[in-house]
Design a protein around this ligand. Structure first.
Ligand code: CJB
Length: 825
């Protein structure tokens, strides 16, 4: 682990680009020239935009230089294709990367402005749902910091993930109009728009005696690039994130305008611009909507064209493409890029099919992020053929040749053929995008060791057999810049005092903290940092939501999308049990370890059961928080609209990290890594990256509970009857009975009846089967927390041993196992 990594070699560090005076001057100039105001007439938003613009301006020269160098070097680069980038706020990250934080703070103070007030005004670009989108954001941060030639491509949604509010404890969604006050971090290039086609039909034609097919599209839209700078940390590098916006084409409008139907023309414009209007809020459960396929094709077609036109020199020999580019497919969302790439090579560049397919198979790699069958995208042949008729033809041919190869190898094993076909026949004829990606990709990776293993053995075993060596693992990671250095300045300072400054780009150095875990003074300082972070969170929650977090309570945190497999319901049962033990008199309130249970979770708007669980959490909170018998020992806090900005406050304050999915369901998790790196202890199942966290931190510093994945399988096979668990466990019975009795719904037994009957008679995610083990583990947590010094020691060891979970390490693994792209020094 101590071997210096080629990929971490940094470019010469540039000197700070400015002085306080210089910053003041530029800030005032930007107020004048960009906003048309003076310091005294500027609104807070004017000031924020002028500040952001000033910081941005410092990045531009380096950015332009990097674009030039990347082009000139003609080196192999990564095109990261992702429908989501959950970026979080930009200002602080860019100040940090450019070492401008102190200068900007002083400069604004000189203008009589508190920079914190401007920080608070930034609306984060929420262009993602959860882990997958946040992973993409961490990866582009690491790619820039490690000087990897790369570009991120995606969609500039006009509305990101919805803003969550609660009305009577129930989720209500509001549009996320994140662009309303202006977006100082982007550069629009309408002049560089590309035309993206849809619909129409295909026709055959004769070319020198060969019959070929071509696409005659029915309609098109313009894809306008918006460029974002992705600054590397202290290395002077700035990469590009290019997000596409859909606008109506002139040609499209004109045809209708000429027919004299003005109103229809305006409506057509709206139709075109719908494509980048809104992020689909479903996480892990695609709805198969036509607009979603339009979004997917729209952004990958624009991105491929963009790469070919702008990154290659004129006359580039396309057979050399694998030496120049790898398109990394972030889940199945961008997989329509595969037939698009084939279409470009064959139909537009007039390459032979076999040669084009050879190239394509080297230019793509696919990351799978799930094991849930319902999350693997399929597109009905009817829809795909209507929207992209030529692409459907290409997919059919890829499939025919693939199945022919399978037949050649295994004979006419019809069962196997049916199982491996890219085209599913039932319940309706459809294209299995994960299969297409697996057939086309040079490599296929899962996102944690266990997940990659299950992917090979359970989801795609026939493909693993057919393609030896194609499957690999890259365990996820998180950027230490945002989630340690920026989110937890107190801890970052402590680490730097102990180890020096290099850890931010070489996180394995955290190992050096092991010995400090034995140092009482260091432990005291760590405990002080944690306490200070709790006060900060407490202030944030008071200002934001009017919550009062009690002093001295353990902060027990579960933040992630609301999904049944993640089992927020299990957490609720623990809370209800703790409450019921007090009100039934079985436990005295004064003997209970004070805990604040903090939830953060958005539910997909159409996911009824998830929304019911949100309602239940709020309802339980309402009762528990206001029952005098509890004497304030238990607090349930559910701040609405959990997002990256709130995560940056919650995670550094947490004592206990809840990672309690049913084993075999959570592909990796990345929140689990953020918590451990910020010195929270994990209570978790043997699932996803929890497995690797526990291996690294050791059993003594991790609260493991629940069935293993093979035990889950075994119980399913035996026949799972949740009601039996209910019958046999008194605490469980009491908790469920209390919910069923209407205790959390003003006596109305109907409100949560669907949750109760789901638990008793269905319980797909085996909440009841793991309940007893979970409660025992929580009792161990209470006992451990009673010894604060020992707890602190375990927390420090968690930090010391989790350097592996830097996204820099993930990127290094992608480079070594999949991309083979040398860094550009
Ligand atoms: N994931 O966020 C999503 N959305 C999906 O549609 C499928 C998976 C998550 O991706 C993360 C990054 O790989 C994983 O850590 C997480 O386990 C998975 O649920």
């Amino acid at each position: 682990s101590s071997k210096p990594s080629h990929a971490l070699a940094l470019a010469p560090v540039p000197t700070p680009p400015s002085t306080v005076d210089g910053f003041v001057k530029q800030f005032l100039e930007n107020l004048n020239l960009e906003r048309g105001v003076t310091l005294s007439t500027a609104s807070p938003n004017d000031r924020y935009i002028a500040l952001a613009t000033t910081v941005r301006d410092f990045l531009v020269a380096r950015w332009l230089e990097d674009i030039r160098r990347q082009k000139e070097a003609q080196a192999k680069g990564v095109c990261y294709l992702s429908a989501e980038y959950l970026l979080g706020r930009q200002l602080d990250n860019n100040l940090l990367a450019t070492r401008l934080t102190d200068i900007a703070t002083e400069a604004l103070a000189a203008c009589g402005i508190d920079i914190d007030e401007l920080r608070a005004l930034e609306v984060e670009p929420g262009l993602g749902n959860g882990g997958l989108g946040r992973l993409a954001a961490c990866f582009i941060d690491s790619l820039a910091t490690m000087s990897v030639p790369s570009i991120g491509y995606g969609i500039r949604y006009e509305y990101g993930i919805f803003r969550q509010t609660f009305v009577d404890g129930q989720q209500v969604e509001q549009p996320d109009a994140w662009l309303t006050l202006g977006s100082p971090w982007e550069f629009a290039h309408p002049e560089a728009a590309q035309t993206i086609s849809f619909g129409g039909y295909t026709e055959t034609f004769d070319e020198g005696g060969v019959t070929r097919s071509r696409w005659v599209p029915g309609w098109n839209v313009q894809a306008v690039p918006y460029n974002y700078m992705v600054s590397g940390y202290h290395n002077g590098r700035v990469n590009t994130l290019r997000l596409w916006r859909a606008v109506a084409t002139d040609a499209f409008d004109l045809r209708i305008f000429n027919s004299g139907d003005y109103e229809k023309a305006v409506r057509a414009q709206t139709y075109a611009e719908n494509i980048s209007k809104v992020l689909y809020p479903e996480d892990s459960t695609p709805q198969g909507k036509e607009l979603r396929l339009q979004q997917q094709y729209f952004f990958v077609a624009a991105s491929i064209r963009d790469f070919l036109d702008h990154m290659l020199t004129p006359g580039f020999d396309l057979s050399k493409l694998p030496d120049r580019v790898i398109f990394q497919l972030n889940d199945t969302h961008p997989v329509i890029a595969v037939p698009e790439f084939m279409r470009v090579l064959v139909d537009e560049e007039h390459m032979e099919w076999d040669a084009a397919w050879e190239i394509t198979q080297q230019c793509f790699a696919y990351t799978c992020h799930t094991l849930l069958p319902e999350a693997l995208e399929v597109w009905s042949v009817e829809l795909l053929g209507r929207l992209l008729p030529r692409h459907l033809e290409i997919i059919y041919r890829i499939n025919d040749e693939f199945l022919a190869a399978v037949r050649e190898r295994f004979g006419d094993d019809e069962m196997r053929i049916r199982n491996m076909s890219i085209i599913a026949e039932s319940p309706e004829r459809s294209v299995r995008m994960a299969y297409l990606a697996t057939v086309a990709g040079a490599k296929v990776n899962g996102v944690a060791e266990l997940h990659s293993q299950l992917l090979r053995e359970k989801v795609l075993p026939d493909f693993d057999e057919f393609y030896p060596g194609k499957f690999t693992n890259v365990t996820n990671g998180v950027t230490p810049r945002r989630f340690l250095r920026l989110a937890n300045p107190g801890l970052a300072g402590l680490i730097t005092d102990a180890l020096g400054a290099g850890w931010t780009v070489d996180l394995e150095r955290l190992r050096g903290l092991e010995s400090f875990a034995e140092d009482p003074e260091f432990r005291a300082r760590f405990a002080e940092v944690k306490a200070a972070n709790k006060r900060v969170l407490s202030d944030v929650l008071r200002a934001r939501d009017g919550f009062e977090v009690s002093d001295g309570h353990m902060l027990d945190v579960m933040v992630k999308r609301l999904h049944e497999y993640k089992r927020q319901m299990l957490k609720v049962l623990h809370i209800v049990t703790s409450y019921e033990r007090i009100v039934s008199g079985r436990v005295r309130a004064e003997d209970v370890q004070g805990r604040a249970f903090i939830f953060g979770a958005k539910a997909a708007p159409g996911y009824v059961m998830a929304k019911r669980i949100i309602h239940l959490i709020n309802a339980v909170g309402e009762v528990v928080n206001n029952d005098p018998r509890v004497e304030g020992r238990l607090q349930v806090l559910f701040p609405p609209n959990y997002n990256v900005t709130l995560a940056e406050r919650v995670i550094p304050a947490a004592d206990l990290s809840e990672q309690i999915s049913l084993a075999g369901k959570e592909a990796s998790g990345t929140g689990n890594m953020k918590f451990a790196l910020n010195g929270a202890l994990t209570i978790g199942t043997d699932d996803g990256a929890n497995v690797e966290i526990r291996e690294l931190v050791g059993d003594d510093n991790f609260f493991l509970f629940g069935m293993t994945e093979p035990e889950v399988e075994e119980l399913w096979t035996r026949g799972y009857k949740p009601a039996e668990f209910y019958q046999q466990d008194e605490d469980l019975r009491r908790a469920i009975d209390l919910i069923a009795s209407g205790a959390f719904s003003n006596g109305d037994r109907t409100v949560f009846e669907p949750i109760v009957s789901n638990l008793l008679y269905d319980d797909r995610f085996m909440v009841l089967a793991d309940y007893a083990s979970y409660i025992r583990a929580q009792d161990r947590v209470d006992a451990a927390y009673a010894d604060q010094d020992a707890w602190t020691k375990a927390a420090i060891l968690n930090i010391a041993r989790c350097g592996f979970f830097s996204s820099d390490r993930s990127i290094r693994d992608y480079i070594d196992r999949i991309w083979h792209t040398p860094p550009m020094l």
